[in-house]
Design a protein around this ligand. Structure first.
Ligand SMILES: [Zn+2]
Ligand SMILES: [Zn+2]
Length: 343
């Protein structure tokens, strides 16, 4: 089968890979579409060194069951890409994302991902989707689950004033997840005009990074009680500390830089809480899949374009260069383009 392999920074190629075979407890999925994640494009450009030559990336996927497992062939599915030990206290609680042995399909070089015609995954990771929903939305379940989990890490309530810092895919997902969780007062800070316009179309208030404090006051009458930092830079975490109330919860999900300089007195004196968030729990992944399965036409706005697998190298180049849209590019495998575009 054909797969899209990372070769070295700024170079990918379509290669031949052996057909994946499902062992017991595994399922082979015919891939329909896979989103290019920020982490994929940073791996491609060499900004993060976690990708190795020959690796097949891809972890934001919708497809149909091909073989293996107990789900009928042809069923529309996505998969939770986290593989974990299955026996530690975290795995037993469904928090596989914090299992010490957790690795992610399509991120860890030892596990081929889904920029390919087919992918094999553990049966327990497969999540069934509705056949009534737009097929492409299945590839959004994974990033939407990241944003939903980040909001839920902050223990949200309908009384909260939520500031989301960063309006890229994860910030968008956090805003959407917050609405799902019943938070109505949401302000998203984002410097890019196109991204702000998209968020406004989705019904969210937006601001620019230099106007966060005044817009929180103007729109919601006060500082943020809950912040999701989907960027993760010194400047954004500093903004979170300055524009939030005493005892605010600040969730850090962005991984913009490995070291930060912040002014910690805002944390100590204001008794603010800084909470980490990584991927999603099994429950949050599944509930996001169910939510998407109910049919969410507005999610179309999150997808910029569909690119056939054979054009994957160009698509990665464009995404890494920021050419051709600010939202998701989906790589569509094999015959799937016709199947998707007739919907
Ligand atoms: Zn991702
Ligand atoms: Zn474990």
């Amino acid at each position: 089968m054909h797969a899209l392999a990372y070769l070295k920074p700024w170079e990918m190629s379509i290669i031949d890979r052996p057909e994946p075979i499902a062992t017991v407890d595994e399922v082979v999925i015919d891939v329909l579409a896979t989103g290019i994640c920020g982490s994929d494009s940073h791996g491609y450009s060499g900004e993060n060194g976690r990708r190795v030559s020959g690796q097949v990336m891809g972890h934001e996927t919708v497809g149909r069951v091909s073989a293996g497992g107990t789900i009928a062939a042809g069923t529309l599915v996505t998969f939770n890409p986290i593989i974990s030990c299955g026996v530690c206290e975290f795995c037993r609680a469904g928090d596989t994302q914090v299992c010490p042995d957790a690795i992610v399909i399509g991120v860890d070089p030892s596990l081929d991902g889904s920029f390919a015609e087919r992918v094999v995954v553990p049966a327990r990771n497969v999540v069934v989707l509705s056949d009534e929903m737009p097929i492409t939305h299945g590839a959004l379940v994974e990033p939407l689950a990241v944003g939903y989990h980040a909001v839920m890490q902050g223990n949200p309530s309908s009384d909260d004033i939520l500031l989301v810092i960063g309006g890229g895919p994860i910030g968008q997902a956090a805003a959407i997840g917050a609405r799902r969780a019943g938070v109505e007062r949401v302000l998203v800070s984002e410097p890019n005009d196109q991204r702000r316009a998209l968020l406004e179309d989705l019904g969210f208030a937006t601001t620019t990074p230099d106007a966060v404090a005044e817009d929180l006051t103007a729109k919601f009458g006060g500082k943020a009680t809950l912040v999701v930092d989907a960027v993760g830079l010194s400047a954004t975490l500093g903004s979170a500390l300055r524009t939030s109330v005493t005892r605010a919860r600040i969730v850090l999900v962005g991984m913009g830089e490995p070291q930060m300089t912040v002014q910690p007195y805002d944390l100590t004196v204001g008794e603010r809480s800084l909470i980490g968030s990584y991927c999603y729990s099994e429950a949050h992944f599944r509930s996001t899949a169910e939510w998407v399965s109910q049919g969410r036409p507005e999610l179309d706005a999150l997808i910029d374009r569909l690119v056939p697998l054979r054009n994957g190298p160009d698509a990665f180049h464009d995404v890494a260069k920021g050419i051709g849209g600010v939202n998701k590019t989906l790589v569509v495998s094999g015959e799937a383009l016709a199947q998707i575009s007739t919907r």
